[in-house]
Design a binder for this molecule. Structure first.
Ligand code: PAF
Length: 282
């Protein structure tokens, strides 16, 4: 397993693999890897001959008041995890390698990005689409792997690949949870002990919503209302949103009459966490 910092090195390695007729999977990450990322690397290792993991905290997807500086980083830990899960190459560039002086081209998307996280994080998806497009152009993978925890991101990337005719298969992988239900996230490390306990309201409300759907509830405000009530009972929690949207368009719906995504974003203290379920997975 190799770690490289330049685009030229990634291209040279992938070219060598292609010359041998090997397939390549890409797992884009911002590092500080956990079991959620490990499951993406496992999936890529299963489906492809070689796996590239990008490890880059992308400044472009953070707003001015967000946690770019404090976002956790640990390349040695990441390297050990990638190696243990069969990854072959880590691309770990400096910001200047990805965004040279005078960088001024962006991939921007309307509609899908104007709901859910896009409302509270206005520059986020432009940064995600731009960096993911760049990674796709650098690695030119056969397949790329993304977690379903970032459900809107997954939908946005699928849409971008379709709109821009990118010849890459996008694979969405299930949410990985802690034993007590909390969805794995690099941002969980920000939580104090009391906040870590309080953060369980996210998964509890997700499980409550899933249960209501399983029992046949199709009225979205009834589901959202019950989930909100549960979260609001936790003093350390502040709701950003609890919404049910059409899976394809990310626009809000009132009745569960099509494949839908129930997504939540909740501040626990100053840490913003997300979780979700797809009605099709219930
Ligand atoms: O999901 C993430 O970690 C990031 O948004 C991604 C896809 C690696 C782009 O920076």
């Amino acid at each position: 397993m190799k770690i490289v910092k330049t685009i030229a090195e990634v291209r040279a390695q992938v070219k060598e693999w292609r010359a041998q007729g090997l397939t390549v999977g890409l797992v884009p990450t911002m590092g500080y890897l956990h079991e959620g990322h490990a499951s993406l690397i496992d999936a890529s290792h299963r489906d492809n001959d070689r796996t590239v993991v990008s490890d880059f905290v992308n400044p472009m997807q953070f707003g001015p008041t967000e946690d770019l500086e404090s976002y956790p980083r640990d390349i040695d830990h990441d390297a050990a995890l990638v190696e243990a899960h069969g990854g072959d190459l880590i691309f770990h560039p400096e910001p200047e390698e990805m965004y040279h002086d005078g960088f001024s081209s962006f991939v921007d998307m309307t509609v899908l990005t104007q709901e859910l996280c896009g409302l509270s994080r206005p520059v986020h998806f432009r940064g995600v689409c731009t960096v993911v497009s760049k990674l796709f152009n650098i690695v030119k993978p056969d397949r790329a792997y993304f977690g379903k925890k970032d459900a809107q991101q997954l939908a946005v990337i699928r849409h971008m690949v379709d709109d821009l005719n990118m010849d890459i298969e996008i694979i969405g992988c299930p949410i990985i949870r802690e034993a007590d239900g909390l969805a794995k996230s690099s941002r969980n490390t920000y939580l104090s002990e009391a906040e870590r306990k309080a953060a369980l309201v996210l998964s509890k409300s997700i499980f409550l919503g899933m249960d209501m759907v399983k029992k046949g509830e199709s009225n979205c405000s009834a589901i959202i209302g019950s989930m909100k009530k549960l979260i609001e009972a936790e003093p350390l929690a502040r709701i950003d949103y609890v919404k049910i949207v059409d899976c394809a368009t990310m626009q809000q719906i009132t009745t569960l009459d099509r494949p839908a995504l129930c997504a939540i974003a909740v501040y626990i203290g100053s840490t913003r966490l997300i979780d979700n379920f797809f009605t099709e997975d219930v």
